[in-house]
Design a protein around this ligand. Structure first.
Ligand code: ADP
Ligand code: MG
Length: 698
């Protein structure tokens, strides 16, 4: 069985009839390399002939699909450039109209082709649909296209130009099924197929492409989604049980003395929630099993001190601790805070980032290897090969959502079953949390330190900047401090950096020339960053102008204003994080979002959302709704496999079921050695083991 699966997975798509070398190259580029990839390239949607509307029956404003032959292709030149494709379906005529990419679309269509147009009916000298969703469905000779339900495949401009429109895909997939359809093998145990009455894989794959009735689509998809999510959860379950089951962890105890010393230095009492999660962490540390825990808490809930106390326990037991942060600035921030809190305890933390001089790095590496250094704070520089620990006992990862799961694994691999604490401020819906962090136990800080004031949030357009600046000047004269943030996205980094730098110069030389300003961005030397942060903390600098590097973690209680330029370019969760930088002291704080006048509707919705709510969970849900789960989570970024059929939000019921099943199987058979699990083992190895080498099934 395993072998037959291998055959579709190992056969290059080039050998499918009708593909050949040139098309194969294009398909490879689109991620379709093997026959298996092609067979699992599923339709984007379907056209059901029985629900196609006759043109004579359409009415204005209705959303419809019509199918007809192209009778005229007409390009209207500038200045009112547009392309009009007229179709006829024996009952009437209708125009498809394009205002954009006219030349491109002109080449897409040919007279006499049969096409489907979908969209809202309008009326302008006749029925029309502007920018219809369209498909070329021609050629009725071949029986594979005469069915009631026509599958439509996603296909970009390049694929189309090679004859791989929906129609082209239908043809090659038909050929692939013809020759390799019987080689598609089952990858789920029969028990599960029976339990959920799932279709067998070969049938599901066949019918997802060539359904006879609408229920074929639904049933085939249900099966493929279950399969996909089941294997995702098998991956999570393997991780989960391999972390804990056979291995003995380090048992740690504390007398509480160092902790008391440090707690005496902070001016506040721990909140009930902080105390509760510390107890949960301590229970793990002394349990004899490696801790594997996620600490969730909204921005400003006080995760750092919890992390520090956990670190102290490990150090008291003569183990080393590594704290990894996603950016240099955040690492520096942690370093400065923690160094101060630890003064007088005899524990000297050090910082390790990529931008250190190589001599310093070498010193640090050797100190870690010799065990002379008990607490190291750093960036992903910590997971580099050269870094070795003598006795790594606790790994703390801050703002986990910024790291891939793999990086987490790399750091863990540097110790002998060290305890692991990962922290995140991004609140995420439950099912997603389960999937992303499904291998972790969870602790939540669900209570803010007392006395926090709600940050007043206001959205203003650029026109209002003079008033906003005036407001900021008044606040600064009264002894408060401000952040001004500019967007910086990777794709346009150079331009963004230039814009931020220019604005900084302008603000410093004109608007705020009687105050002290500093610029902070990721490209600066580490020592310059540290100086800027220090000066801002001490109040020597009143306005910190920065790119989004301060998004996470930075903590300066006396700053009360967060001004965000081009707020429309930030995601909701990012804006929420930025806002979390203020409102940490006793004074009233403000978050001001600046956008151009003419932003689009979703951007408007985002601004209004941030204005009216401060609840991180509500914001995360909304972010998800506006952006879709794909973009929100970019599964790849998290080191999870891409999902072909399923959606982490829509399919949450299936996820839950698949998860229970997968966990039950792995709990009973952590190495997948039982004969009844042979199929799972074979498929998992082929599909995932290469990518997830940290997971061992021998
Ligand atoms: P985050 O959870 O976002 O990492 P931090 O750990 O940076 O939050 O804490 C935010 C601020 O709250 C810091 O200034 C910290 O000193 C302060 N803080 C933490 N715990 C408490 C508490 N129990 N009472 C008052 N202030 C606290
Ligand atoms: Mg933090």
């Amino acid at each position: 069985m395993g072998d037959t699966f291998r055959s579709t997975a190992e056969t290059d798509v080039q050998y499918v009839k009708g593909v050949g070398e040139a098309r194969a190259a294009l398909l490879h580029k689109a991620g379709i390399e093997t026959v298996e990839d092609l067979l699992t390239y599923i339709p984007r949607r379907y056209l059901d002939r029985s629900t196609i509307m006759k043109i004579s029956q359409v009415s204005e404003g209705e959303d419809v699909t019509v199918v007809g032959r192209i009778v005229k292709i007409k390009k209207i030149p500038r200045p009112h450039q547009r392309l009009i494709i007229t179709i006829y379906d024996k009952t009437g005529i209708l125009d498809g109209v394009w205002f954009n990419q006219v030349d491109y679309f002109q080449k897409v269509f040919k007279e006499d082709q049969e096409v489907a147009f979908s969209g809202k009916i309008g009326f302008y000298r006749g029925w029309q649909i502007v920018h219809p969703d369209f498909d070329i469905i021609e050629e009725s000779k071949e029986q594979l296209h005469t069915g009631q339900i026509i599958p439509l495949y996603p296909s970009g401009q390049e694929l189309r130009s090679r004859g791989l429109s929906s129609r082209g895909f239908r043809r090659i997939i038909y050929n692939a099924l013809d020759k390799y359809g019987d080689a598609v093998s089952e990858n789920l145990p029969e028990m599960l197929l029976n339990l959920y009455r799932l279709r067998e894989r070969p049938e599901a794959i066949r019918k997802i492409h060539f359904p006879e009735k609408m229920s074929d689509i639904h049933e085939s998809l249900r099966r493929l989604k279950y399969e996909e999510l089941f294997y995702l959860e098998i991956l999570m379950a393997l991780r989960h049980f391999q972390h804990r089951s056979p291995v003995k962890g380090i048992t740690m105890k504390t007398s509480g003395e160092t902790i008391r010393k440090v707690l005496n230095k902070v001016t506040y009492e721990l909140t009930g929630a902080q105390r509760r999660v510390l107890r949960e962490i301590y229970d793990d540390l002394r349990s004899g099993h490696p801790m594997n825990r996620l600490l969730q808490g909204d921005v400003g809930s006080g995760k750092t001190v919890v992390a520090l106390i956990s670190a102290l326990i490990a150090i008291e037991n003569s183990y080393q601790v590594a704290l990894m942060a996603p950016t240099e600035i955040l690492a520096e921030q942690h370093y400065l805070n923690i160094r101060e809190l630890l003064s007088g305890t005899g524990i000297e933390p050090r910082i390790l980032t990529g931008s250190l001089k190589s001599q310093t790095k070498k010193e640090l590496h050797s100190a870690l290897k010799e065990g002379d250094l008990s607490l190291v704070i750093g960036t992903h520089a910590l997971v580099q090969e050269a870094v070795e620990f003598r006795k790594l006992g606790l790994v703390i990862i801050d703002e986990q959502h910024r790291f891939g799961v793999l990086q987490r694994g790399e750091l863990i691999a540097k110790g002998w079953n060290p305890h692991v604490l990962v922290m995140t401020a991004t609140p995420i819906p439950r099912t997603m949390a389960m999937t992303l962090y499904g291998d972790l136990d969870t602790s939540v800080i669900d209570e803010m330190p007392p006395g926090r004031k709600t940050v007043i949030t206001a959205w203003r357009t650029e026109k209002k900047l003079p008033e906003v600046y005036k407001f900021i000047r008044e606040k600064i004269k009264a002894g408060e401090q401000a952040y001004i943030v500019y967007p910086l996205v990777e794709e346009s980094e150079k331009m963004d950096l230039k814009a931020a730098t220019e604005s900084f110069e302008f603000l410093r030389n004109h608007i705020f020339k009687d105050f002290n300003l500093a610029l902070l961005h990721g490209r600066m030397k580490s020592s310059d960053k540290e100086t800027a942060m220090q000066q801002f903390k001490k109040g020597e600098i009143q306005i910190l102008v920065s790119t989004s590097v301060i998004e996470v973690g930075v903590d300066v209680p006396q700053s009360t204003i967060m001004l965000i330029e081009h707020a429309e370019r930030f995601g909701l969760s990012q804006l929420h994080q930025l806002r979390g930088r203020v409102g940490r002291g006793s004074k009233k704080s403000y978050c001001i979002l600046i956008t151009p006048e003419d932003i689009n509707e979703t951007a408007r919705q985002r601004m209004k959302m941030i204005e009216k709510t401060t609840d991180g969970f509500v914001i995360a849900e909304e972010d998800l709704r506006l952006r879709g789960s794909g973009e929100f989570f970019g599964t790849r970024q998290h080191g999870l496999p891409d999902l072909k059929y399923s959606d982490l939000v829509e399919d949450r019921k299936i996820i839950e079921t698949a998860r229970q099943d997968a966990f039950a199987i792995i709990e009973k058979d952590p190495q997948l050695r039982l004969p009844e699990n042979q199929k799972i083992r074979d498929y998992f190895k082929i599909k995932y083991q290469e990518k997830y080498q940290l997971i061992q099934i021998s």
